[in-house]
Structures are given as structure tokens and as C-alpha cells.
Design a protein around this ligand. Structure first.
Ligand code: NAD
Length: 332
């Protein structure tokens, strides 16, 4: 049994990993800046703390006494958030910097950093028919402004802490992760959750149309959370010393993603395209040559299956929220 710190444990991916590590019998210290009642999942068997990990002294407190660190803490969201909050995204650099310093001071055995496909050079993502981004496509560097540059810088800091101080670091570049217990409204949600929410709301209200950001022809691949959680652990305990893609290769256009959700909902909506909305790069897919070579595995949960589970969970949340409001009105 190990003592493991999960930073950003109140968020989507961190919350799922805490559950998995507890299930495996580890002692988990779970930390997030959000108040506990806002965490997506709270595992009672973990030591849960609310701390701002931008501060060096808090990182020391968080890391001290642990054997390993998984860092998911970031001020982030979907395109709507990262295009309009570049400074906030870049300030996240303080979290990884101070966690790495603390990891070195406290003699941590292994350190995992959650990077992103947003590190890739924008010039290699202009074609919707993207053949898949290879790890080397991050250079020459022209990452997503703000968020992507912070990720690229933090990746390199992990590399130099390994080279100069002997800290064992592992870095995965996630390509769009989706699933239950994540953000689906409020401005930080990503396309899969946002589309589920819009279709569910149309079903409830009888609205006949749906607004899509961009022209719907932009492409992405989406990885279901269970694949992500397996990949994170396999990469953490592997010998992979370079940043590596962790993503699905099932690339679809946003229109195709809407088709899937409509099919799950049994609805057909009129599409309205908002061409001025944030839309990100034109085409993005993961090249999985390296992960297949190292792990003899790659994410493979079909998009339709993962979207069904995500859709059902979001629907449950929206309906229970509506019921709560009805009860509140009734009690007034
Ligand atoms: P999330 O927003 O659900 O979780 C991040 C958590 O970090 C949040 O709960 C937030 O409150 C916490 N946090 C922010 N600032 C903090 C601070 N100062 N101190 C402590 N906690 C703080 O995001 P997620 O989807 O779970 O993503 C986890 C990680 O994976 C992030 O680093 C993200 O950049 C990366 N990533 C995610 C995706 C994806 O599709 N979800 C894709 C690429 C990379």
C-alpha cells in the first residue's frame, strides 16, 4: 500500500482516479481548491483537503508524507473557457512548479503530470482529415495560446526535474476526455457534455433546434474516462520517459457527435451554426503508435457506448436539479 497525492481531486479525472486508487487499497490524499460540496466525487476513504496549490507552502503540506503524486489540478475548461481566460490558464503554472519543488524536497518516488493535446503545433491541425498527431508534432512549438503553452512549459519542467534532480516523472497528453461526474454546464464544459446537455434540454422543453459552435465540420477524437484512468496508471508505472499521447483514434466531426447524441435521445433537431463561437483547431486526432509500442494497448471504448453512459448521467443530473427546484418552489 502506498500513500498517494491526487491534486485536483475534486475535478472530473482526479475524482475518478481517487476512487480507483482507493479500490486498489492505497491510502489517498485528495486535494482541491473547491469547497468539498462542489467536488464531483468525494471518496470517504480518502483524506480530503481543500487547499490552493498555487501556493508553495500548501504544495509542501500536500506532498509531505506521500510516495507518489498525480497532478490534475488546473484552472481549465473547454474552448469557451480557455479562449477567454488565457492568463488564468497560464497561472496554473504555479501549481505544477510548486508541486515539483515539493516532490523533490520530499523525495517522492513517482510524479504524474496531466498534459494535453493543446500542446500541439496549430499548423498541423488545419485539416479536418487530421492523420493523427505524433508526439514530435509539438515542436517547433506553436501551442494553443495560453492553456497549451502552459502545458508545454510544465511538461518541460517535468523533464528537467527528471534530468537534473533524478525525480521520476511521467507525462501523458490527454485528448478530450469525457464521461460521467464531469462538467456539463456553467461555461467550462467541453463539446460531448455540452451537446448532451443541449439535446436533453431540448427534449425536456420541446425546443426544436440546437446551437452548434462553428460549422460542425471540425474534427476531434474523444476518450471515455475508463480508458483514461487505465492509461494514466499504465503510463505512471511504465518506463515511458517522454510525454505520450493518451487518446482515442475514433475521430468524428462535431456534426457526427451530434448525430450520436440525437440517436441516443431519439430526437432530431434543427442545427443552427454559431460561426463566431470559440471552435479551436480544425482537425485533431491522436496518433497511437507510441502508446501501442510501449503498452501494447490503446484507448478503445467506442464513442457511442461512452456517450450513452455520459448522456444518461447528465440527464439524471438535469432532472434531479429540476426536481429540487420544484420542491424548493413548493416549500416556499
Ligand atoms: P477539472 O476542471 O474537472 O479538474 C481540475 C481540478 O483542479 C478542479 O476541480 C479545480 O478546482 C482544481 N484546481 C484548480 N486550481 C486549483 C488550485 N489552485 N489548487 C487546487 N486545485 C485546483 O478538469 P479535468 O477534466 O479533470 O482535467 C484534469 C487535468 O487533465 C487538467 O490538468 C487538464 O488540463 C488535463 N486535461 C484534461 C482534458 C479533458 O478533456 N478533460 C484534456 C486534456 C488535458
Amino acid at each position: 500500500m502506498k500513500k498517494i497525492l491526487v491534486a485536483g481531486a475534486g475535478g472530473f479525472i482526479g475524482g475518478h482516479l481517487v476512487k480507483e486508487l482507493i479500490k486498489k487499497g492505497h491510502a489517498v490524499r485528495a486535494i482541491d481548491i473547491k469547497p468539498l460540496n462542489e467536488w464531483y466525487q468525494v471518496s470517504e476513504d480518502a483524506d480530503n483537503y481543500v487547499l490552493d496549490l498555487r501556493l508553495r507552502e500548501n504544495c509542501h503540506k500536500a506532498v509531505n508524507g506521500c510516495n507518489e503524486v498525480f497532478n490534475f489540478a488546473a484552472d481549465m475548461g473547454g474552448m469557451g473557457f480557455i479562449e477567454n481566460n488565457k492568463a488564468a490558464c497560464m497561472i496554473t503554472v504555479l501549481i505544477n512548479t510548486h508541486l515539483l519543488i515539493a516532490a523533490r524536497e520530499c523525495g517522492i518516488d513517482r510524479y504524474f503530470y496531466a498534459s494535453s493535446a493543446c500542446v500541439y503545433n496549430g499548423d498541423k491541425q488545419t485539416d479536418p482529415d487530421n492523420p493523427g498527431l505524433k508526439e514530435s508534432d509539438a515542436y517547433p512549438a506553436m501551442a494553443e495560446d495560453g492553456y497549451g503553452w502552459e502545458k508545454l512549459f510544465s511538461e518541460r519542467m517535468c523533464r528537467h526535474f527528471s534530468e537534473d534532480f533524478g525525480l521520476t516523472t511521467r507525462v501523458a497528453r490527454f485528448h478530450n476526455v469525457y464521461g460521467p461526474f464531469g462538467t456539463f454546464d456553467g461555461g467550462r464544459e467541453k463539446a460531448p457534455a455540452a451537446i448532451c446537455r443541449k439535446v436533453i434540454e431540448a427534449g425536456i422543453t420541446g425546443k426544436k433546434d440546437i446551437v452548434i459552435w462553428g460549422d460542425g465540420l471540425q474534427t476531434r477524437s474523444f476518450m471515455y474516462i475508463d480508458d483514461c484512468i487505465k492509461g494514466i496508471q499504465d503510463i505512471m508505472y511504465s518506463n515511458i520517459k517522454v510525454p505520450i499521447n493518451l487518446g482515442s483514434t475514433e475521430m468524428v466531426s462535431i456534426n457526427e457527435l451530434v448525430d450520436i447524441v440525437e440517436d441516443i435521445a431519439g430526437l432530431k433537431l434543427q442545427r443552427k451554426y454559431d460561426l463566431d463561437a470559440p471552435k479551436g483547431v480544425r482537425g485533431r486526432n491522436s496518433d497511437n503508435t507510441l502508446i501501442r509500442k510501449y503498452l501494447n494497448w490503446e484507448p478503445s471504448i467506442p464513442l457511442r457506448d461512452g456517450m450513452k453512459k455520459t448522456y444518461d448521467w447528465i440527464k439524471e443530473q438535469i432532472i434531479s436539479e429540476k426536481d429540487k427546484k420544484k420542491i424548493e418552489r413548493f416549500n416556499k
